[in-house]
Every structure is written in structure tokens, then in C-alpha cells.
Design a protein around this ligand. Structure first.
Ligand code: FES
Length: 146
């Protein structure tokens, strides 16, 4: 609403672009391997990029659950009391940022993939690779990438 979008219009290349990519993300592998890196523009952060950074507060992470932090593209979980885990929030399917954590699972709303909060492994496809895990430790009430 409010935007002037003309679906399917074949105007000159280079006008917009963001809208077209969003459409491709919902498509069925039209762009093949390119979709893996480009879909949604989400990019997984390397451990080096986050090293030393406090990515969450201990008090914000529920036991048996977790929280997604979109700015750092991480999801932090606490499978059992006092045990914290951090994973990339970039879905290994087509690169959407996962939507949230519930019932012990990290869920991607784009196509329904689910990953375990304990180790990031795939519980439900279409994703077939686990979420990358970041090493973390608790420091002064914060969860810090090491
Ligand atoms: S991008 Fe397809 S399920 Fe996450």
C-alpha cells in the first residue's frame, strides 16, 4: 500500500531492484545458487566479526527458549538453566532471518524450516544444513562471543 509497484512490468533494468528480489525469494529456485547468498539480502556474520561483542543479556533469554537479534543476525538460546547457545539467525535454506523461538525450536517463517535450540540442527526442512553456532560465554550478565 502506498508504493507504486507494477508486478511483472518489464521496465528498464536498474529501476528499483528490491521489489524484484523479494519476489524471487518466494519463487522456486529460479536463480539457482544465487538465491542462497542473495535472498533477502541477509548475510551470516563470521565469528571474527562478532568476537568480543555482547550479543544479548542473560536476563532476556528464557530458559527452554531464545530470542532473535536481527541487527547482529544471531539467535541466542538457553536450552537448560544457565547454558547459553548462539547461532546465526540466517536460515540455511534461502537466507531469511529466522522469525522466532518457540517449543524448543528456532523457526523460519519463510518456508517453515525449524532448528533445535540445543545445537542448531535441522528438525524440519526444507533447510538441510544446521545453523552455524557461535562460541559464547557469560560475562557480567551478558552473553559474549568468544
Ligand atoms: S529461507 Fe526457506 S525456510 Fe528459511
Amino acid at each position: 500500500m502506498g508504493e507504486n509497484v507494477t508486478p511483472g512490468a518489464g521496465r528498464a533494468a536498474g529501476d528499483g531492484g528490491i521489489g524484484r528480489r523479494a519476489v524471487l525469494c518466494g519463487g522456486v529456485g529460479v536463480v539457482g545458487a544465487t538465491a542462497l547468498a542473495g535472498c533477502g539480502g541477509d548475510k551470516e556474520k563470521s565469528t571474527a566479526e562478532l568476537k568480543g561483542k555482547e550479543i544479548a543479556k542473560v536476563s532476556d533469554i528464557p530458559v527452554g527458549g531464545g530470542k532473535v537479534y536481527g541487527s547482529d543476525k544471531v539467535v541466542v538460546t538457553q536450552p537448560t538453566q544457565g547454558a547459553f547457545k548462539a547461532f546465526t539467525a540466517v536460515c540455511t535454506h534461502q537466507g531469511c532471518t529466522v522469525g522466532g523461538v518457540s517449543n524448543g525450536l528456532i523457526k523460519c517463517d519463510c518456508h517453515g524450516s525449524e532448528f533445535k535450540i540445543t545445537d542448531g540442527s535441522v528438525q524440519h526442512g526444507p533447510a538441510d544444513k544446521p545453523l552455524k553456532e557461535y562460541p559464547v560465554q557469560v560475562k557480567n550478565g551478558g552473553i559474549v562471543v568468544t
